[in-house]
Design a protein around this ligand. Structure first.
Ligand code: CP3
Length: 347
Protein backbone atom coordinates (compact mmCIF):
# COMPACT_ATOMS: atom_id res chain seq x y z
CA UNK A 1 0.00 0.00 0.00
CA UNK A 2 1.39 3.42 -0.86
CA UNK A 3 0.75 6.15 1.65
CA UNK A 4 -1.77 8.22 -0.39
CA UNK A 5 -4.08 5.22 -0.21
CA UNK A 6 -3.29 4.38 3.38
CA UNK A 7 -6.27 3.80 5.67
CA UNK A 8 -5.31 6.82 7.82
CA UNK A 9 -5.60 9.24 4.88
CA UNK A 10 -8.63 7.40 3.50
CA UNK A 11 -10.43 7.75 6.86
CA UNK A 12 -9.60 11.48 6.96
CA UNK A 13 -11.22 11.75 3.50
CA UNK A 14 -14.20 9.76 4.90
CA UNK A 15 -13.61 6.93 2.44
CA UNK A 16 -14.21 3.25 3.38
CA UNK A 17 -11.33 1.44 5.11
CA UNK A 18 -10.49 -2.21 5.88
CA UNK A 19 -9.81 -1.45 9.58
CA UNK A 20 -10.16 1.64 11.74
CA UNK A 21 -6.78 3.41 11.68
CA UNK A 22 -5.13 4.30 14.99
CA UNK A 23 -2.26 6.47 16.13
CA UNK A 24 -1.62 7.85 19.61
CA UNK A 25 -0.92 11.41 20.67
CA UNK A 26 2.61 11.56 22.16
CA UNK A 27 3.26 8.06 20.79
CA UNK A 28 6.99 8.79 20.84
CA UNK A 29 7.62 9.60 24.48
CA UNK A 30 8.70 8.70 27.96
CA UNK A 31 6.52 5.58 28.36
CA UNK A 32 8.94 3.89 25.91
CA UNK A 33 12.31 2.74 27.39
CA UNK A 34 13.96 3.18 23.98
CA UNK A 35 12.79 6.83 23.94
CA UNK A 36 14.30 7.39 27.39
CA UNK A 37 17.58 5.86 26.17
CA UNK A 38 17.79 8.11 23.09
CA UNK A 39 16.87 11.16 25.18
CA UNK A 40 19.64 10.26 27.63
CA UNK A 41 22.09 10.05 24.72
CA UNK A 42 20.91 13.44 23.39
CA UNK A 43 21.32 15.03 26.82
CA UNK A 44 17.94 16.81 26.87
CA UNK A 45 14.53 16.90 25.24
CA UNK A 46 15.48 20.02 23.27
CA UNK A 47 18.71 18.52 21.96
CA UNK A 48 16.67 15.50 20.89
CA UNK A 49 14.06 17.61 19.11
CA UNK A 50 16.70 19.84 17.46
CA UNK A 51 18.85 17.02 16.04
CA UNK A 52 17.06 15.70 12.92
CA UNK A 53 18.69 12.22 13.06
CA UNK A 54 17.59 11.75 16.68
CA UNK A 55 14.13 13.25 16.11
CA UNK A 56 13.76 10.78 13.22
CA UNK A 57 14.94 7.88 15.38
CA UNK A 58 12.37 8.52 18.12
CA UNK A 59 9.58 9.23 15.61
CA UNK A 60 10.06 5.70 14.25
CA UNK A 61 10.37 3.94 17.65
CA UNK A 62 6.63 3.42 18.32
CA UNK A 63 6.15 2.16 14.75
CA UNK A 64 8.75 -0.54 15.28
CA UNK A 65 6.76 -1.82 18.28
CA UNK A 66 3.14 -1.40 17.23
CA UNK A 67 1.29 -1.54 13.87
CA UNK A 68 0.26 2.12 14.14
CA UNK A 69 -1.30 3.79 11.11
CA UNK A 70 0.54 7.12 11.17
CA UNK A 71 3.80 8.69 12.28
CA UNK A 72 3.89 12.15 13.87
CA UNK A 73 6.89 14.42 13.58
CA UNK A 74 8.80 14.45 16.86
CA UNK A 75 9.01 18.09 17.88
CA UNK A 76 7.13 20.50 20.11
CA UNK A 77 4.56 23.24 19.67
CA UNK A 78 6.91 25.78 21.31
CA UNK A 79 9.39 25.79 18.39
CA UNK A 80 7.65 28.89 16.97
CA UNK A 81 7.97 31.05 20.14
CA UNK A 82 11.59 29.85 20.36
CA UNK A 83 12.25 30.92 16.74
CA UNK A 84 10.68 34.30 17.61
CA UNK A 85 13.41 34.79 20.21
CA UNK A 86 11.55 33.94 23.42
CA UNK A 87 14.15 31.40 24.59
CA UNK A 88 12.54 27.99 25.11
CA UNK A 89 14.03 25.76 27.79
CA UNK A 90 12.85 22.95 30.03
CA UNK A 91 13.22 22.77 33.79
CA UNK A 92 13.15 19.14 34.95
CA UNK A 93 9.79 18.18 36.38
CA UNK A 94 8.30 21.61 35.61
CA UNK A 95 7.73 21.48 31.85
CA UNK A 96 8.45 24.15 29.25
CA UNK A 97 9.53 27.72 30.09
CA UNK A 98 10.29 30.85 28.05
CA UNK A 99 13.15 33.13 29.12
CA UNK A 100 11.62 36.26 27.56
CA UNK A 101 7.84 36.12 27.88
CA UNK A 102 5.80 38.97 26.33
CA UNK A 103 5.39 41.72 28.91
CA UNK A 104 4.50 44.84 26.90
CA UNK A 105 2.86 46.13 23.74
CA UNK A 106 6.37 46.78 22.41
CA UNK A 107 7.28 43.11 22.94
CA UNK A 108 4.32 42.13 20.74
CA UNK A 109 5.09 44.78 18.11
CA UNK A 110 8.66 43.50 17.77
CA UNK A 111 7.64 39.94 16.83
CA UNK A 112 8.26 38.81 13.28
CA UNK A 113 7.01 35.80 11.32
CA UNK A 114 9.79 33.16 11.40
CA UNK A 115 11.12 31.82 8.09
CA UNK A 116 10.76 28.03 8.48
CA UNK A 117 13.63 27.09 6.16
CA UNK A 118 16.13 29.22 8.09
CA UNK A 119 14.78 29.83 11.62
CA UNK A 120 13.25 26.34 11.97
CA UNK A 121 15.55 24.47 9.62
CA UNK A 122 16.01 21.58 12.08
CA UNK A 123 12.25 20.86 11.93
CA UNK A 124 12.17 20.89 8.12
CA UNK A 125 15.25 18.66 7.97
CA UNK A 126 13.59 16.25 10.41
CA UNK A 127 10.42 16.12 8.26
CA UNK A 128 12.47 15.37 5.12
CA UNK A 129 14.51 12.68 6.86
CA UNK A 130 11.51 10.99 8.54
CA UNK A 131 9.56 10.93 5.28
CA UNK A 132 12.53 9.28 3.55
CA UNK A 133 13.03 6.72 6.34
CA UNK A 134 9.32 5.89 6.45
CA UNK A 135 9.58 4.74 2.82
CA UNK A 136 5.78 5.00 2.34
CA UNK A 137 5.02 2.60 5.22
CA UNK A 138 2.58 5.00 6.89
CA UNK A 139 1.76 8.69 6.37
CA UNK A 140 3.58 11.43 8.29
CA UNK A 141 1.68 14.02 10.32
CA UNK A 142 3.15 17.51 10.70
CA UNK A 143 1.83 19.79 13.44
CA UNK A 144 1.79 23.16 15.13
CA UNK A 145 0.26 24.75 18.19
CA UNK A 146 -2.74 27.01 17.56
CA UNK A 147 -2.31 30.79 17.71
CA UNK A 148 -4.26 31.00 21.01
CA UNK A 149 -2.34 28.14 22.68
CA UNK A 150 1.03 29.60 21.61
CA UNK A 151 -0.07 33.04 22.85
CA UNK A 152 -0.91 31.48 26.25
CA UNK A 153 2.67 30.24 26.70
CA UNK A 154 4.24 33.40 25.22
CA UNK A 155 2.36 35.67 27.64
CA UNK A 156 2.60 33.43 30.71
CA UNK A 157 6.18 32.27 30.06
CA UNK A 158 5.35 28.75 31.26
CA UNK A 159 2.53 26.26 31.67
CA UNK A 160 -0.41 27.21 33.88
CA UNK A 161 -3.73 25.72 34.88
CA UNK A 162 -5.62 28.93 34.10
CA UNK A 163 -3.42 31.11 31.82
CA UNK A 164 -4.98 34.11 33.56
CA UNK A 165 -2.34 36.57 32.28
CA UNK A 166 -3.26 35.69 28.68
CA UNK A 167 -6.98 36.04 29.46
CA UNK A 168 -6.37 39.38 31.19
CA UNK A 169 -4.56 40.74 28.12
CA UNK A 170 -7.45 39.61 25.89
CA UNK A 171 -9.86 41.60 28.11
CA UNK A 172 -7.72 44.66 28.89
CA UNK A 173 -6.06 45.22 25.51
CA UNK A 174 -7.90 43.25 22.86
CA UNK A 175 -6.13 45.14 20.06
CA UNK A 176 -2.71 43.93 21.23
CA UNK A 177 -4.03 40.40 21.67
CA UNK A 178 -5.44 40.42 18.13
CA UNK A 179 -2.14 41.76 16.78
CA UNK A 180 -0.29 38.90 18.52
CA UNK A 181 -2.78 36.26 17.33
CA UNK A 182 -2.61 37.56 13.77
CA UNK A 183 1.21 37.34 13.76
CA UNK A 184 0.90 33.83 15.18
CA UNK A 185 -1.69 32.76 12.58
CA UNK A 186 0.69 33.92 9.80
CA UNK A 187 3.57 32.10 11.51
CA UNK A 188 1.63 28.87 12.08
CA UNK A 189 0.36 28.79 8.48
CA UNK A 190 3.81 29.45 7.05
CA UNK A 191 5.32 26.76 9.31
CA UNK A 192 2.68 24.18 8.30
CA UNK A 193 3.03 25.02 4.60
CA UNK A 194 6.78 24.46 4.92
CA UNK A 195 6.18 21.10 6.65
CA UNK A 196 3.85 20.15 3.77
CA UNK A 197 6.51 21.14 1.22
CA UNK A 198 9.08 19.08 3.17
CA UNK A 199 6.90 15.96 3.01
CA UNK A 200 4.23 15.99 5.75
CA UNK A 201 1.03 14.30 4.50
CA UNK A 202 -1.49 15.53 7.08
CA UNK A 203 -1.40 18.60 9.35
CA UNK A 204 -2.67 18.81 12.93
CA UNK A 205 -3.21 21.97 14.96
CA UNK A 206 -3.12 21.56 18.76
CA UNK A 207 -5.41 24.10 20.44
CA UNK A 208 -4.71 22.58 23.84
CA UNK A 209 -5.91 25.59 25.82
CA UNK A 210 -8.90 26.66 23.69
CA UNK A 211 -11.27 25.05 26.18
CA UNK A 212 -10.16 27.43 28.93
CA UNK A 213 -12.05 30.25 27.22
CA UNK A 214 -15.67 31.26 27.78
CA UNK A 215 -17.76 30.82 24.59
CA UNK A 216 -17.56 34.38 23.27
CA UNK A 217 -13.83 34.59 24.03
CA UNK A 218 -13.30 31.21 22.36
CA UNK A 219 -14.92 32.50 19.17
CA UNK A 220 -12.89 35.75 19.24
CA UNK A 221 -9.46 34.54 20.30
CA UNK A 222 -9.24 30.85 19.40
CA UNK A 223 -11.74 29.83 16.69
CA UNK A 224 -11.26 32.94 14.55
CA UNK A 225 -7.52 32.29 14.23
CA UNK A 226 -7.93 28.55 13.68
CA UNK A 227 -10.20 29.49 10.76
CA UNK A 228 -7.57 31.96 9.53
CA UNK A 229 -4.88 29.25 9.62
CA UNK A 230 -7.10 26.80 7.68
CA UNK A 231 -7.89 29.51 5.10
CA UNK A 232 -4.19 30.32 4.66
CA UNK A 233 -3.42 26.61 4.20
CA UNK A 234 -6.15 26.37 1.56
CA UNK A 235 -4.42 29.14 -0.41
CA UNK A 236 -1.10 27.25 -0.52
CA UNK A 237 -0.39 25.15 -3.63
CA UNK A 238 0.94 22.16 -1.63
CA UNK A 239 -0.82 22.42 1.76
CA UNK A 240 -4.29 22.80 0.18
CA UNK A 241 -4.17 19.07 -0.70
CA UNK A 242 -3.43 17.91 2.85
CA UNK A 243 -6.13 17.05 5.40
CA UNK A 244 -6.08 19.38 8.42
CA UNK A 245 -7.03 18.03 11.85
CA UNK A 246 -8.09 20.61 14.47
CA UNK A 247 -7.89 19.59 18.12
CA UNK A 248 -9.46 22.11 20.48
CA UNK A 249 -9.30 20.43 23.85
CA UNK A 250 -12.27 21.09 26.11
CA UNK A 251 -14.20 22.87 23.36
CA UNK A 252 -16.97 20.35 22.72
CA UNK A 253 -19.55 23.14 22.74
CA UNK A 254 -17.99 24.45 19.53
CA UNK A 255 -17.76 21.34 17.32
CA UNK A 256 -20.12 22.71 14.66
CA UNK A 257 -18.21 25.98 14.40
CA UNK A 258 -14.88 24.13 14.27
CA UNK A 259 -16.22 21.90 11.46
CA UNK A 260 -17.23 25.08 9.58
CA UNK A 261 -13.58 26.20 9.31
CA UNK A 262 -13.04 23.86 6.34
CA UNK A 263 -10.80 21.42 8.21
CA UNK A 264 -10.93 17.71 7.28
CA UNK A 265 -11.21 16.34 10.80
CA UNK A 266 -11.74 17.26 14.44
CA UNK A 267 -9.76 15.74 17.29
CA UNK A 268 -11.99 14.94 20.28
CA UNK A 269 -11.07 14.81 23.94
CA UNK A 270 -12.67 12.04 26.02
CA UNK A 271 -15.42 14.11 27.65
CA UNK A 272 -17.93 13.66 24.82
CA UNK A 273 -19.64 10.50 23.47
CA UNK A 274 -18.27 9.99 19.98
CA UNK A 275 -21.75 9.12 18.65
CA UNK A 276 -23.00 12.52 19.79
CA UNK A 277 -20.06 14.22 18.05
CA UNK A 278 -20.73 12.19 14.91
CA UNK A 279 -24.41 13.12 14.90
CA UNK A 280 -23.51 16.79 15.23
CA UNK A 281 -20.71 17.09 12.65
CA UNK A 282 -19.98 13.66 11.15
CA UNK A 283 -21.49 14.47 7.76
CA UNK A 284 -18.94 17.25 7.30
CA UNK A 285 -15.68 16.12 8.92
CA UNK A 286 -13.89 12.99 10.05
CA UNK A 287 -13.42 12.48 13.80
CA UNK A 288 -10.26 11.52 15.63
CA UNK A 289 -10.42 10.12 19.15
CA UNK A 290 -11.36 9.70 21.86
CA UNK A 291 -10.27 7.19 24.53
CA UNK A 292 -9.52 8.58 27.99
CA UNK A 293 -5.69 8.19 28.28
CA UNK A 294 -6.20 6.85 31.83
CA UNK A 295 -7.88 3.72 30.40
CA UNK A 296 -4.40 2.52 29.38
CA UNK A 297 -3.55 2.12 33.08
CA UNK A 298 -6.43 -0.36 33.50
CA UNK A 299 -6.55 -4.09 32.69
CA UNK A 300 -6.37 -5.46 29.11
CA UNK A 301 -10.07 -6.44 29.43
CA UNK A 302 -11.04 -2.89 30.38
CA UNK A 303 -8.97 -1.49 27.50
CA UNK A 304 -10.75 -3.81 25.03
CA UNK A 305 -14.18 -2.93 26.45
CA UNK A 306 -13.57 0.82 26.30
CA UNK A 307 -12.07 0.65 22.78
CA UNK A 308 -15.11 -1.35 21.64
CA UNK A 309 -17.45 1.23 23.20
CA UNK A 310 -15.88 3.96 21.04
CA UNK A 311 -15.78 1.85 17.86
CA UNK A 312 -19.46 0.89 18.34
CA UNK A 313 -20.37 4.45 19.27
CA UNK A 314 -18.94 5.74 16.00
CA UNK A 315 -20.61 2.88 14.13
CA UNK A 316 -20.12 1.54 10.62
CA UNK A 317 -19.62 4.92 8.98
CA UNK A 318 -16.49 6.10 7.19
CA UNK A 319 -14.41 8.85 8.81
CA UNK A 320 -13.06 7.59 12.13
CA UNK A 321 -9.40 7.72 13.19
CA UNK A 322 -8.94 6.14 16.60
CA UNK A 323 -6.77 8.01 19.11
CA UNK A 324 -6.64 8.93 22.77
CA UNK A 325 -8.45 12.07 23.92
CA UNK A 326 -5.07 13.57 24.92
CA UNK A 327 -1.42 12.48 25.08
CA UNK A 328 -0.30 9.14 26.51
CA UNK A 329 1.29 9.56 29.96
CA UNK A 330 4.79 8.35 31.01
CA UNK A 331 3.43 5.77 33.50
CA UNK A 332 1.83 3.53 30.84
CA UNK A 333 3.15 0.00 30.19
CA UNK A 334 3.85 -0.30 26.42
CA UNK A 335 2.19 -3.76 26.49
CA UNK A 336 -1.14 -2.00 27.11
CA UNK A 337 -0.65 0.05 23.95
CA UNK A 338 -0.22 -3.21 22.01
CA UNK A 339 -3.54 -4.41 23.48
CA UNK A 340 -5.29 -1.22 22.36
CA UNK A 341 -3.88 -1.23 18.81
CA UNK A 342 -4.89 -4.88 18.32
CA UNK A 343 -8.36 -4.23 19.75
CA UNK A 344 -8.94 -1.31 17.37
CA UNK A 345 -7.69 -3.31 14.39
CA UNK A 346 -10.00 -6.17 15.40
CA UNK A 347 -7.24 -8.66 16.16
O1 CP3 B 1 2.68 13.11 19.63
C1 CP3 B 1 3.90 12.96 19.42
O2 CP3 B 1 4.48 11.87 19.61
C2 CP3 B 1 4.69 14.11 18.83
C3 CP3 B 1 5.46 14.87 19.73
C4 CP3 B 1 4.89 16.03 20.52
C5 CP3 B 1 5.56 16.52 21.67
N1 CP3 B 1 4.92 17.66 22.08
C6 CP3 B 1 6.75 15.90 22.27
C7 CP3 B 1 7.06 16.19 23.66
C8 CP3 B 1 3.80 16.86 20.29
C9 CP3 B 1 2.72 16.76 19.24
C10 CP3 B 1 3.83 17.89 21.29
C11 CP3 B 1 2.88 19.00 21.35
C12 CP3 B 1 2.79 19.81 22.58
N2 CP3 B 1 3.81 20.32 23.33
C13 CP3 B 1 1.58 20.32 23.08
C14 CP3 B 1 0.23 20.13 22.48
C15 CP3 B 1 -0.26 18.75 22.68
C16 CP3 B 1 -0.85 18.52 24.02
O3 CP3 B 1 -0.29 17.69 24.76
O4 CP3 B 1 -1.87 19.13 24.30
C17 CP3 B 1 1.89 21.10 24.23
C18 CP3 B 1 0.90 21.82 25.12
C19 CP3 B 1 3.31 21.11 24.36
C20 CP3 B 1 4.14 21.83 25.36
C21 CP3 B 1 4.91 20.84 26.15
N3 CP3 B 1 6.06 20.25 25.71
C22 CP3 B 1 4.54 20.23 27.37
C23 CP3 B 1 3.32 20.59 28.19
C24 CP3 B 1 5.51 19.26 27.65
C25 CP3 B 1 5.53 18.25 28.77
C26 CP3 B 1 6.41 18.62 29.89
C27 CP3 B 1 6.57 17.40 30.78
O5 CP3 B 1 7.54 17.42 31.53
O6 CP3 B 1 5.77 16.45 30.69
C28 CP3 B 1 6.45 19.29 26.61
C29 CP3 B 1 7.63 18.43 26.48
C30 CP3 B 1 7.47 17.28 25.55
N4 CP3 B 1 7.05 17.42 24.27
C31 CP3 B 1 7.77 15.91 25.81
C32 CP3 B 1 7.53 15.23 24.61
C33 CP3 B 1 7.74 13.77 24.34
C34 CP3 B 1 8.33 15.35 27.11
C35 CP3 B 1 9.78 15.77 27.15
C36 CP3 B 1 10.71 14.83 27.82
O7 CP3 B 1 11.26 13.94 27.15
O8 CP3 B 1 10.93 15.04 29.01
Amino acid sequence: MTTPDHRFLRALRREPVDKTPIWIMRQAGRYLPEYRATRERAGSFLALAQTPELACEVTLQPLARFPLDAAILFSDILTIPDAMGLGLHFVDGEGPKLRHPLRSVADVARLGVPDPETDLRYVMDAVRLIRRELAERVPLIGFSGSPWTLACYMIEGEGSSSFSRAKALALDDAATMHRLLDTLAQSVARYLCAQAAAGAQALMVFDTWGGLLAPEAFRNFSLRYLAEVVALLKSDRVARNLPVILFSKGANGHLEALADTGCAALGLDWTIDIDEARRRVGARVALQGNLDPAVLAASPEAIRTEARRILDGFGAHPGHVFNLGHGITPDIDPERVAVLVDAVHGE
